[in-house]
Design a protein around this ligand. Structure first.
Ligand code: DHB
Length: 394
């Protein structure tokens, strides 16, 4: 097969790129090693910026988010046993949407099917060849065992945080920036009613917890744990005891408990690879950069990348040629590093690293007081969490 753009990775970044290009009449083939079912049932992020939610509707992916998503005008921050509300809408005029990444994926995969786009799930042995020429190729084995080759003008690596595409940039020509954290998240799905009308980000002397939601009867929660923690050591009662201790306070706040349906340890790091392009191959989303999950930036950032990338690819294919791609990295990187900073800052603000000194613990409480207790602090958090307008130089 021959196609203008071959996309490796059928997560939200790869599929949204294919959708945007498809609308402009540019054909794509999207490949993923995972099955559609695997992607649909892997719990991921939950929060979308208002701009991203609008794009899903306005570009014609789906308006399901307007019916089934939940608009949140603010968020709760708990520390020192007290609740504080950051009212995004009043502070910066924007809200965010609670709409799980699995639903974003389903909407995008359905839209590809509806629009006649080609997506192959469950492929194996994907190889990307000749990216330093203007005729790159992608070879793969389909789910039925047949071997295929796609000829393309450009290849997009949207193959996630364990990207193989990013390794196509030669070792001596790439830089990888990153940071590891001495903690991870223990994530659960629980069958229980909502405990709060909005998300609750909780800092406690025992560590961080995040109370999120999925439906009337299923809730999503996380708590800070050791990166080597094993889920087998965590029966339901121990999970609830830990979560309750992290949100407890003088206001008597308690989580509504119920059976734990799913549990997993989620490790994370901060990571950026530059350059984001090598010849005819361009990276997008987690393949090029990952952030710790605390600031809810990862999915939003990936969708921003492909908005910029769709624009430059259309220009490149429309006659400007490969030079148009030179605009991608600077426009994308600016937001990437801002999001890296915010995600890192919020992670350090809300977690308690093992072995934190008494000074560090008290200083962190002082910083939390500065954030929720000053207009500038609340404004900063709101601007960062709701995202930055796309018009600001990309
Ligand atoms: C969810 C995940 C996040 O990382 C976050 O910051 C907020 C919400 C969630 O899964 O709902």
């Amino acid at each position: 097969a021959s196609v203008p753009v071959a996309v490796v990775g059928a997560g939200p970044a790869g599929l949204m790129l294919a959708h945007r290009l498809g609308r402009a009449g540019v054909g794509t083939i999207v490949l993923d090693t995972r099955t559609r079912h695997e992607i649909e049932t892997t719990q991921r992020a939950g929060i979308l910026e208002a701009d991203v939610a609008r794009d899903l509707v306005e570009t014609g992916v789906s308006d399901r988010i307007l019916r089934e998503g939940h608009e949140h005008e603010g968020t709760g921050i708990r520390f020192g046993g007290r609740a504080h509300r950051i009212h995004f809408k009043a502070l910066v005029g924007e809200s965010v949407w609670l709409y799980p990444q699995t639903d974003v994926f389903i909407d995008l995969a359905d839209a590809r099917e509806r629009d006649g786009g080609t997506v192959h799930f469950g492929v194996r042995d994907t190889e990307v060849l000749d990216v330093t020429t203007d005729a790159p190729r992608v070879r793969y084995t389909a789910a039925d065992g047949s071997r295929h080759e796609i000829r393309a003008r450009y290849v997009v690596g949207a193959d996630g945080s364990r990207s193989m595409c990013r390794n196509l940039v030669p070792e001596d020509r790439r830089v990888r920036y990153g940071k590891e954290y001495p903690f991870a998240w223990f994530g659960i799905m629980a069958e229980a009613p909502r405990s709060a009308p909005e998300l609750v980000y909780a800092h406690s002397e025992h560590g961080f917890a995040l109370i999120s939601q999925r439906t009337e009867t299923v809730q999503r929660m996380y708590f800070q744990c050791d990166p080597d923690e094993s889920v087998d050591a965590w029966p339901d009662d121990r999970i609830w005891e830990t979560l309750q201790a992290r949100v407890a306070g003088e206001d008597g706040f308690r989580l509504a408990e119920g059976p734990v349906l799913e549990k997993s340890v989620l490790r994370f790091r901060s990571f950026v690879q530059e350059p984001m392009r090598w010849g005819s191959m361009v990276l997008a989303g987690d393949a090029a950069h990952t952030v710790p999950p605390t600031g809810a930036r990862g999915l939003n950032l990936a969708l921003h990348d492909v908005k910029v990338l769709a624009d430059v690819l259309l220009r490149a294919l429309g006659g400007e040629g490969e030079a148009a791609l030179d605009d991608y990295q600077p426009r994308a990187l600016r937001r990437i590093w801002r999001a890296q900073n915010f995600s890192h800052w919020l992670t350090e603000l809300l977690h308690t690293p093992p072995g934190a000194s008494p000074f560090d613990r008290r200083r962190r409480l002082g910083e939390l007081d500065n954030v929720v207790g000053t207009r500038a602090g609340r404004l900063y958090l709101s601007e960062q969490y709701t995202g930055w307008p796309v018009s600001a130089q990309g």
